[in-house]
Design a protein around this ligand. Sequence first.
Ligand code: MD3
Ligand code: FE
Length: 222
Amino acid sequence: MLATIPATLSLFHATPPPRTREELSSGAWVLRGFALDVATDLLAEVERIAAVSPFRHLVTPGGKTMSVAMTNCGAVGWFSDRRGYRYTEVDPETGRAWPPIPDLFADLARRAASAGGFADYTPDVCLINRYEVGTRLTLHRDHDEHDRRAPIVSVSLGLPATFRWGGLARADRERRIPLAHGDVVVWGGPSRMRYHGVLPIKDDVHPLTGNRRFNLTFRVAR
Ligand code: MD3
Ligand code: FE
């Protein structure tokens, strides 16, 4: 006789990923599924933010247009053009302040930092990256923030990505880390200045975001 499968375990329901905590390298923690409970609300906030400060493709100082579309919320926002990379208090595209960090964002970032061993985390900026199929982020380090003792907290939403996790020198060997919808990573301590990037997003459809991936990165910029 066939065993009856309880509805909660049936294949008609997505299998919930286990909520694990794994240290990638000293100070870098992957919190699998940490944002799953609030993912829908996070995406609604992203829409509200983008209605004030729209997603745009920034131009690097070298004159290349980035394939990732970006916007920000917070007291400052990350911006780039031919003049360089910097944090600004005003969105140069709208001439107005960046929208504030929603309480839901601040609360999630603080709880995640705490789970990674960083107490009292109060980010002043959340950079929001939007990836389409084929979009990538080339290997780089984040060095425009004054306070490098504070971790960066990143939240993955929508389509999965393969993360490139390098070392402190550009030529160091890198690892590939899969990041799924709802995963949160805390990048602190000696890991804060490592090289990292994202491989091109694969063609797929996510029930909440369609053919897109969003990434929230919380920072203490100043
Ligand atoms: C490790 N974003 O916005 S998040 C970025 O998925 C960025 O959108 C990627 O790299 C994304 O700058 C990766 C993970 C991340 C962010 C910052 C880091 C990892 C980091 C800073 C130091 C070390
Ligand atoms: Fe980065």
